[in-house]
Write a protein that binds this ligand. Structure first.
Ligand code: SF4
Length: 368
């Protein structure tokens, strides 16, 4: 049996559902001022997810913390924004993982069984100190398949009688994966949430915070080696469309994916990017990315369409001055990077740099 504090820390357990049912709380009742504190904390949960990428744990009033969780899920679902779905699910899962890592092994074991029905046992063998848990391979695979480091591949694990040895940190990471998946499944499930009028102001406030932060989150989702400031307008629009959940044509998605591949972004990072900012199917996305990269099918590595093709498809939007001097989005990117770097260097040029700059500028702009 979990304590009130446990429920506040881990509100995704079946006990929380029972608690909500036993209290007889219905959506219509939430307009009553008695629930104001819960509504405020629920709003904060979602805002923390948007701004920080992780939900904090305010455990001063366990019942408020516990009940604010289903209300926060309701807010997220009512907003119907798939980007927010993913952001919120990930942020709640990270919250759980942080708390789980601080628990005793016995509590972790109990939660894994109670909340998720995992087949997990305490390891009694001599390597128990390092690997305190034995997790059934089906529960392991369901969650580890979403993790990309080689150490999670089943072939790299010691499996004994169908059970995988896992460390405490790994168990918490796998539970994080399970929480995220379950929240996403709940959010994507059929059915809409209709909130009574007095509660809609909460949605408006959350929606405002989301729009204020959407662009920044999209930039953060890109790896550091990718310079978004150097994206040509067409690709920037495709990328921003992706994170805002706008439906993109096949050509637009192809242009964006092939662009990211050709500027050298790691394929796994591209898959992760698409899946984290949308609800794309991970396996299908991986297949498509690998196909465009030339690792599947015809084994042809595709380059992005030329400007002229993009123009024909109505995807050349807001071209700027640099666009007038290029015929391909990749040329735009390379030139822009040079000009960004050149600008930085020009702030404090050495004698040698000054000479190089003079020599190259005398060549004038050329199409590559
Ligand atoms: S001119 Fe080319 S690079 Fe510039 S926005 Fe149009 S398609 Fe993109």
């Amino acid at each position: 049996m979990l304590s009130d504090l446990d429920l506040a820390k881990y509100p995704f357990t079946p006990q929380t559902t029972s608690l909500v049912e036993s209290l007889g709380i219905k959506v219509g009742f939430l307009t009553d001022p008695t629930y104001r504190e819960i509504l405020e904390r629920a709003k904060k949960r979602v805002e923390e997810a948007i701004k920080d990428g992780v939900v904090g744990a305010d455990l001063r009033k366990p019942s408020v913390e516990t009940l604010s969780y289903p209300v926060a899920i309701m807010f997220v679902k009512a907003l119907g924004d798939r980007f927010l779905y993913r952001r919120y699910a990930t942020a709640e899962a990270k919250r759980a993982s942080r708390l789980l890592k601080k628990e005793l092994n016995a509590k972790l074991l109990h939660l894994a069984r109670e909340a998720f029905g995992w087949r997990i046992n305490a390891n009694m063998e001599e390597d128990a100190e390092r690997y305190p848990f034995l997790l059934h391979f089906t529960d392991y695979l369901r969650n580890a398949s979403r993790l990309h480091e080689a150490k999670w591949k089943l072939v790299n694990r010691a499996v004994r009688d169908g059970y995988v040895r896992v460390t405490k940190v790994e168990a918490a990471r796998l539970m994080e994966s399970e929480v995220e998946r379950r929240i996403m499944e709940g959010l994507l499930a059929e059915g809409e949430v209709e909130l009574p009028e007095p509660l809609r102001s909460y949605l408006q406030e959350i929606g405002k915070v989301l729009e204020e932060n959407r662009g920044r989150i999209g930039v953060e989702a890109l790896p550091s080696e990718v310079i978004i400031e150097a994206f040509p307008p067409c690709i920037r629009r495709a990328y921003e469309g992706l994170i805002s959940g706008r439906k993109a044509s096949h050509m637009e998605r192809f242009a964006l994916t092939s662009f990211l591949i050709n500027i050298g972004m790691d394929l796994e990072k591209i898959v992760k990017l698409f899946v984290s900012v949308s609800d794309f199917d991970e396996e299908l996305t991986r297949y498509q990315v690998e196909h465009i990269a030339g690792l599947r099918g015809s084994r042809t590595k595709y380059t992005p369409p030329t400007c002229s093709t993009l123009r024909t498809h109505g995807l050349c939007i807001n071209p700027n001055d640099l666009c007038k001097r290029i015929r391909h989005p990749l040329t735009y990117y390379r030139r822009k990077i040079r000009s960004i770097r050149g600008g930085r260097e020009r702030k404090q040029p050495s004698k040698e740099q000054a000479q190089t700059a003079t020599a190259s500028s005398s060549k004038g702009p050329q199409e590559e």
